[in-house]
Design a protein. Structure first.
Length: 112
């Protein structure tokens, strides 16, 4: 079991903003997840991987998650600090089975 957080790479965010958006994506996806998946994920160390992608790729991944019945949450910023309101910043996926998630995110690079 793992959770994936995808951060939008084609906009500038400070490290703090990136961390906050990652947290929003993680918690939002977790709250929508099946209890069985959450319990298993917690027992096995709460594996999280942070990846990067362009917005178009994030939208496509969201659609693939929906078709595959994998919980995902697209995060849009409120616009109170660095970004314009409604700016898409992150995508939270899972927790769910690694094999299922890897089919959708396996080609992405780690966030640097």
């Amino acid at each position: 079991m793992k959770q994936i957080i995808v951060i939008r790479q084609d906009i500038a965010m400070s490290p703090g903003k990136t961390a906050a958006q990652s947290c929003h994506a993680s918690v939002s996806a977790l709250l929508k997840s099946k209890k069985k998946n959450v319990d298993t994920w917690f027992r096995n160390g709460q594996k999280k991987i942070i990846l990067q992608a362009a917005m178009e790729d994030m939208i496509e991944m969201k659609k693939k998650c929906d078709k595959s019945s994998i919980v995902s949450c697209l995060i849009s910023d409120a616009g109170l600090t660095e970004l314009e309101p409604g700016t898409v910043t992150a995508l939270g996926i899972g927790p769910d089975e690694e094999k299922k998630i890897d089919k959708i995110t396996g080609s992405l690079k780690l966030l640097k």
